[in-house]
Design a protein around this ligand. Structure first.
Ligand code: SF4
Ligand code: SF4
Ligand code: SF4
Length: 327
């Protein structure tokens, strides 16, 4: 894949309305994770740690294979293991899923972030966190329908998988894909990954998995990390993968002046420079926007999930952990 990804390829910037139209549109990329090929060896976890030079704490063995027990600011991807007794066949299936950022086409994290330039999206679809601009308020955690970002306790910035944007910028694929011994993880153009997924789905169907399919949820505009699932009809079987992820309506309304109020509520004194020096214009705050901001701030303060009921996300490894698992 050709070298790409320059600062001028940014198409969306958190808390910034007017982003200049880039001169070029990069080809959309995607990482495809074929869970049916995964053997749970965690080579991808190790490669991620090594490439990103993070230092996750290995936690106590409590009789499950997941370690650490959740995503952390130092562990951007985590193998999750589920034992499933298939009622159709009576057989026990071991469903393994590589958890991490899905790089949503419509990223709820970016939409909810009140800090200009803390989250960006490139025209190839990659969603990146810019730590220098992050204020550690945790709104991205609330805005993510996949429960992915984690706030680092000491540096107070939000962390997640970058889709190895630094490697992609040099024409390389993600470290996790390179390390996978079964080629369960592939990386390329989104179109090519969809074609590869179609072949894999056909193969799984021939092997008796009638409901096999591609997970590229349209509720968030599709994703740049996709899964081939044997049970595409029941994504939540795979350690609570959301059946129909969507940006919460509360976050979708969270914009303009209301977001600026959130920034104030988070105790911001100054924010870092914005990419290309773009700042939102001063805003007049309406009473309605003030109410919206207060509702979201109250919800975060009270540890609520920030979502109305029935938004389709299984919180079994839930948002309460998002704050509880800080490092
Ligand atoms: S999965 Fe969550 S953190 Fe990743 S891009 Fe989507 S909303 Fe943002
Ligand atoms: S912690 Fe706050 S400032 Fe940092 S990325 Fe998340 S929402 Fe933006
Ligand atoms: S794409 Fe890079 S940052 Fe993301 S899980 Fe793989 S190795 Fe880690």
């Amino acid at each position: 894949m050709a070298s790409n990804l320059l600062p001028t390829d940014v198409i969306k910037i958190s808390a910034t309305d007017h982003v200049p139209t880039p001169e070029r549109q990069l080809t959309k990329v995607a990482k495809l994770i074929d869970v049916s090929k995964c053997i749970g060896c965690k080579a991808c976890q190790s490669a991620c740690i090594e490439w990103n030079d993070t230092h996750p704490t290995m936690e106590e063995n409590v009789g499950i294979y997941e370690n650490p027990h959740d995503l952390t600011p130092d562990m951007f991807t985590l193998m999750r293991f589920t034992e499933y007794q298939n009622p159709g066949t009576g057989e026990l299936e071991w469903l393994i899923r590589k958890d991490g950022c899905m790089h949503c086409e419509e990223p709820g994290c970016l939409k909810s972030c009140p800090s200009p330039g803390a989250i960006v999206q490139y025209s190839n679809g990659i969603v990146d966190f810019i730590s220098d601009n992050c204020i550690g308020c945790g709104y991205c955690v609330k805005g993510c329908p996949f429960n992915v970002p984690r706030i680092h306790k000491t540096t107070n910035v939000s962390k997640k998988c970058t889709l190895c944007s630094d490697r992609v910028a040099m024409g390389q694929g993600p470290a996790c894909a390179k390390a996978c011994p079964t080629q369960c993880i592939s990386f390329g153009t989104k179109e090519d990954m969809k074609a590869l997924a179609a072949e894999r789905v056909e193969d799984l169907k021939e092997r008796g998995y009638d409901n096999a399919g591609l997970y590229d949820p349209q509720g968030v505009g599709g994703t740049h990390v996709m899964y081939v699932l044997h049970h595409r009809d029941k994504p939540s079987l795979y350690a609570g993968l959301p059946d129909d992820p969507r940006i919460s309506p509360t976050v979708a309304l969270w914009k303009g002046s209301a977001k600026k109020l959130g920034l104030i509520a988070a105790g911001l004194a100054t924010v870092g420079a914005v990419l290309h020096g773009i700042f939102a214009k001063p805003n007049a705050v309406t009473p309605h926007e003030e109410e919206e901001a207060q509702e979201l701030v109250d919800d975060v303060d009270q540890g609520g999930d920030g979502y109305p009921h029935g938004h389709g996300h299984d919180h079994s490894h839930g948002h309460e952990q998002a704050h509880g698992k800080e490092q």
